[in-house]
Design a protein around this ligand. Sequence first.
Ligand code: PHE
Length: 454
Amino acid sequence: MSQEHWKSKIGFILAAAGSAIGLGAIWKFPYIAGTGGGGAFFLIFLLFTVILGAPLLIGEFIIGRRTKLDAVSAYQKIAPGSFWTVIGRLGVVTCFILLSFYSVIGGWIIIYLFEAIRGSLDGLSQDGYGTLFNDIIANPGPTLFAQFLFMLIAILVVAKGVQKGIEVTSKIMMPALFLLFLVLVIRSVSLDGSMEGIKFLLVPDFSKLTSESVLFALGQAFFTLSVGVSVMVTYASYLPKTQHLPQAAFSIIIINIFVALLAGLAIFPGVFSFGLEPDAGPVLIFAVLPAVFSNMQFGTLFFIIFLLLFLFAALTSAFSMLEIFVAATTKKDNTKRTKRSWQLGMLIFLVGIPSCLSYGVLSDFLLFDKTIFDLFDYTVSNILMPLGALLISLFIPLRMSKSMLYEEMALGSNVGKVFFHIWYYVLKYVTPIAIIIVFLDVLGLWDFIFDLFS
Ligand code: PHE
């Protein structure tokens, strides 16, 4: 049985950053920051990313490289037959649901790309972009076809394998994305009235925060780092012992925060300058960006390149969601890789169909007051991912010895005991307590307890 592995250290960092950076930072962050209070939301998101996300990311890397196993087998090896093996399975199931609606947005990008190339986005009025987009996503034929195409690309790349497929593509796409974002931000902040948007993103107004938006910030921190679902366990299992794990984790976190910041800076100045509302929801980026690019020299060309990179960013995340599943069900037996990628990819596409139709024929079909798309998104982002993160933060200190953890962290790195201890105790106490507090807050239990004693 041939074992996959990353070819280079930077290849791994870019692939892991590729998993992290995707729709979360570029599409979701601006719109939930827009709904959830702008600057205050951004600040809480930053705090959660650094204090809770970073230790978990390092933790997942350690589990993966230590065991060299897929997400399900890794926990089985460390804690055989125990309750904890549920973590790997939960991660795989979460990624399955996640990819089923993630591919819907992937499809939207493909359609927009097609429309931009055709020239149908040129010269519309500001309202025109919003209306056009809503019409596009309500049309089942093209959206389903585009979603299918998105899954098809993911399948083809994952079937090719870790090194030849995922690593090679990430190495080209990630740096290109970065550069283009810079162009976009420069354009956006030079729009008339852009200051309003920059302030909205960077100046916190805590009165706008609600317990729900704090939960969203927590979910978003895990979502954008791809932690809590053992994707990073899987990616780290292909690592050599020479990789500096904390350094890799911090590089990914910094790139990730930077991209979210760039996305915010690209979008909010446009929103305010064109007199739009920042809480437009999932359509925000699609309604605002064409307007930012229009009236700009070579605007259409830039927009096409941007959409291509946006698509790549979404794809590199999709690769990781499919990879965790393929690795777990083939037990990393490469001879089964191609067949399994196809079977799983197609199944995920089928499960994703109702999410796609949520913006069209199924828009009135509500469960728990949400469309199927929103329900899947809410469950994954705000329940399953924080829950997975909570379980991992309990699992590591309870089931892995401190000496083993230190040994693994120190391999390939020069981290001292002090860093290790900070990491260990934050993961052991701060992470689980913070997650529990946020959960209880959303359930209204804090208010209940206060009422009880007042
Ligand atoms: N981090 C990805 C994004 O921001 C989403 C993701 C979550 C990918 C979990 C893999 C696992 O788009």
